[in-house]
Design a protein around this ligand. Structure first.
Ligand code: NFK
Ligand code: ZN
Ligand code: ZN
Length: 209
């Protein structure tokens, strides 16, 4: 069964949200005469790379990564090619008939994911689109962009629509090699106490025929 790895590589020097501290891999122990193993530690912002926002990120009373149920992050999804969208994915950019019965939607906005540079002008998603997805019964919205809202947003309108429907979010996906269509999504957040986001290893699998 074909598997698509739709996750970024977490690595020192990777592009991060402006102001975030750099990702580091610390060496705690090294194989040698007195030590049988190499041991490291990861210092990384919780939103680094491909990750799942927890509701706590945009609602101080919201669930943390450790508290989020796993159902939204595991199951059939629809990948939508939204590369034609300019600035924001708007209502007219979505083929709403294709959303019927879909619980998970992943938007592709990049022709080639910017793995080596921070893109401040990434394609956001209009709050009206999130509201429309919520009304259509969608439980999870994913994107290859680093956020649903523009980098400069102070109102986080798309995240607020997600909150209104207690929906879930994946950001920083890599969809370059994924054709639009239906897949099985597996992208489980790690059980991190008090966390507002969690790295995920996101993959797609062919749906069973
Ligand atoms: N991936 C994050 C980006 C984000 O909102 C953010 C991340 C780190 C520091 C500040 C952020 N947002 C607004 O200031 C998000 O959209 O959830
Ligand atoms: Zn995030
Ligand atoms: Zn977010």
């Amino acid at each position: 069964m074909k598997v698509w790895d739709i996750s970024q590589t977490l690595r020192p020097g990777m592009p991060l949200w402006p102001g975030e501290p750099p990702l580091a891999i610390r060496r705690l122990a090294e194989i040698g005469p007195q030590c049988p193993v190499n041991v490291g530690a990861l210092d990384a912002p919780l939103h680094a790379g491909t990750h799942a926002d927890a509701p706590f990120h945009y609602d101080s009373g919201g669930a943390t990564s450790a508290e989020c149920a796993l159902h939204p992050y595991l199951g059939p999804c629809l990948v939508i090619d939204a590369r034609h969208a300019r600035g924001r994915i708007e209502l007219q950019d979505v083929e709403w008939a294709a959303i019927a019965g879909v619980e998970r939607v992943l938007f592709r906005t990049y022709g080639q994911f910017p793995a080596d540079r921070w893109d401040s002008d990434f394609t956001a998603i209009a709050p009206e689109v999130i509201a429309g997805l919520r009304q259509a019964g969608v439980r999870l919205v994913g994107t290859d962009a680093p956020s649903l809202d523009p980098e400069t947003s102070q109102t986080m309108d798309a995240h607020r629509e997600i909150l209104a429907g207690d929906m879930r979010i994946l950001e920083g996906l890599v969809l370059d090699d994924v054709a639009a269509g239906r897949y099985e999504l597996i992208a489980l957040p790690i059980r991190i106490l008090e966390a507002d986001a969690s790295p995920v290893r996101a993959i797609l699998r062919e749906l069973p025929r």
